[in-house]
Design a protein around this ligand. Structure first.
Ligand code: HEM
Length: 105
């Protein structure tokens, strides 16, 4: 079964649009990686200030290969040039124990 890796980024409300803008210009390299299954940028629609960057991978090894490789560096280049938007981030890790998708979704 797959693994889910979520980067939970705390972003002050006044900078939320800026974070969305950065992701709009994202490298898109993650989806070319072997074992990549899904990506979603989740913006809070309640009063929280935590964005979730949801990724799903075929295996832990596939995730580690991306995390430790050049595609991850490239995908996060904006940090080096523009500084961080978030005030903190935390990696949440899960094993998928059940999975179902609507056909054609
Ligand atoms: C210090 C921790 C991290 C912060 C603050 C952060 C923040 C960001 C930001 C702002 C972007 C947009 C591109 C840019 O402006 O650079 C980005 C891209 C991305 N981040 Fe992170 N990130 C961190 C670590 C991680 C981790 C551990 C994951 C694993 C789930 C992850 C998943 C992604 C993905 C999938 C993209 C899009 C890359 C692509 O399209 O190739 N990030 N991140």
């Amino acid at each position: 079964m797959s693994v889910v890796k979520i980067n939970a980024i705390t972003v002050p409300k006044e900078r939320a649009d800026e974070l969305v803008g950065r992701f709009a210009a994202r490298a898109g390299e993650v989806s070319k990686m072997p074992g990549f299954e899904a990506f979603e940028l989740l913006r809070p629609s309640d009063d929280r200030d935590v964005f979730l960057v949801y990724t799903r991978w075929r295996s832990e090894d596939d995730f580690q290969a991306w995390l430790n490789g050049p595609a991850f560096q490239h995908g996060h280049k904006g940090h080096n040039t523009q500084g961080p938007v978030g005030t903190g981030s935390e990696l949440w890790q899960f094993d998928v124990v059940q999975h179902e998708e609507a056909p054609g979704s």
